[in-house]
Unconditional design. Structure first.
Length: 296
């Protein structure tokens, strides 16, 4: 059994840890509110942009002419993996890394064996993970979340888009955590490039609109497609940012509860140890008194 001093030290240590996790939960909650507002504002914009693009042109037919819709034999692949810069957020980062590994093993095993799979890790945790495993990395975007803005994400999106147009990559996929609520984040794997054609059901449900085009329809579509792709990447980063704070808030809340349970157990152990020590002292005193009485 541990000594009273050891138990006291553990109680102080766990109490300090509980205060830290509680403070981190409050910080995550404050950041989550701002991140949640950002993604809730972005979702309608991204959805409306895609809707306008769909009404301007049937992507199924335009994809064959647009440089971002060119379908080639998939030999070189880029995977954009969105993680966080910091840990202490449960399985948030490991879920993305696991999804990337599954994607490579199930879909791009031949390309990976030939060394033709690159990862663009947005976030320090993902960058460090793939760097340790000698995975070819495209660019360094480990500081994006320090000052998150569309301009900083745009640079990463343009690198992927330019690489596809130049033939450096034949396909670009996007893996990130989608924010559902504080306790739930859903890992999404989406094809960014080439642009996917609409299904027959989507074409059938598409609402046609009558527009007057100025300049030409082709020029408008040509400008909207790159913007839509950049918005898609930026939306994924905002989703991941909100998911990170939600995951950290949940993890710190659970850590605070666990610390509270551990404190109860330690205090109970402390009281039992103290009682046992007092009982032992009383027995020693009584034994000593009886020994003195017997010697007289």
């Amino acid at each position: 059994m541990a000594s009273l001093k050891e138990v006291r030290n553990r109680i102080v240590s766990v109490g300090s840890t509980q205060q830290i996790t509680k403070a981190m939960k409050m910080v995550a909650a404050a950041k989550l509110r701002r991140a949640q507002d950002n993604i809730l504002r972005m979702r309608p914009y991204a959805s409306r942009l895609n809707s306008i693009l769909s009404n301007l042109s049937n992507v199924s037919s335009e994809a064959g002419e647009n440089v971002y819709g060119q379908k080639r034999e998939v030999q070189r692949v880029l995977i954009i993996a969105v993680t966080s810069d910091r840990g202490l957020c449960g399985a948030f980062n490991s879920n993305v890394m696991k999804a990337v590994n599954i994607l490579i093993n199930e879909r791009y095993s031949a390309q990976a064996a030939a060394g033709n799979v690159e990862v663009m890790a947005i976030g320090k945790k993902g960058h460090e993970y793939f760097l340790k495993r000698n995975m070819p990395l495209a660019g360094d975007y480990t500081t994006i979340f320090g000052n998150l803005s569309f301009e900083r994400v745009r640079v990463a999106a343009e690198q992927a888009m330019d690489g596809f147009v130049a033939g450096t990559y034949d396909q670009v996929d996007l893996v990130y955590n989608e924010f559902k609520n504080v306790a739930t984040q859903i890992v999404r794997t989406e094809q960014l490039l080439p642009i996917q054609e609409k299904t027959e059901e989507q074409v059938a449900n598409q609402v046609e609109s009558d527009y007057i085009f100025e300049p030409s329809k082709e020029e408008i579509v040509e400008q909207l497609i790159p913007k839509s792709l950049k918005i898609q990447v930026y939306k994924a980063v905002l989703e991941s940012n909100a998911s990170e704070h939600g995951a950290r808030m949940t993890a710190m809340d659970k850590a605070t509860e666990n610390a509270g349970e551990l404190l109860k157990e330690l205090k109970l152990t402390y009281n039992r140890t103290r009682q046992a020590a007092i009982t032992t002292e009383i027995l020693e005193i009584v034994g000593g008194a009886e020994a003195l009485a017997a010697s007289r």
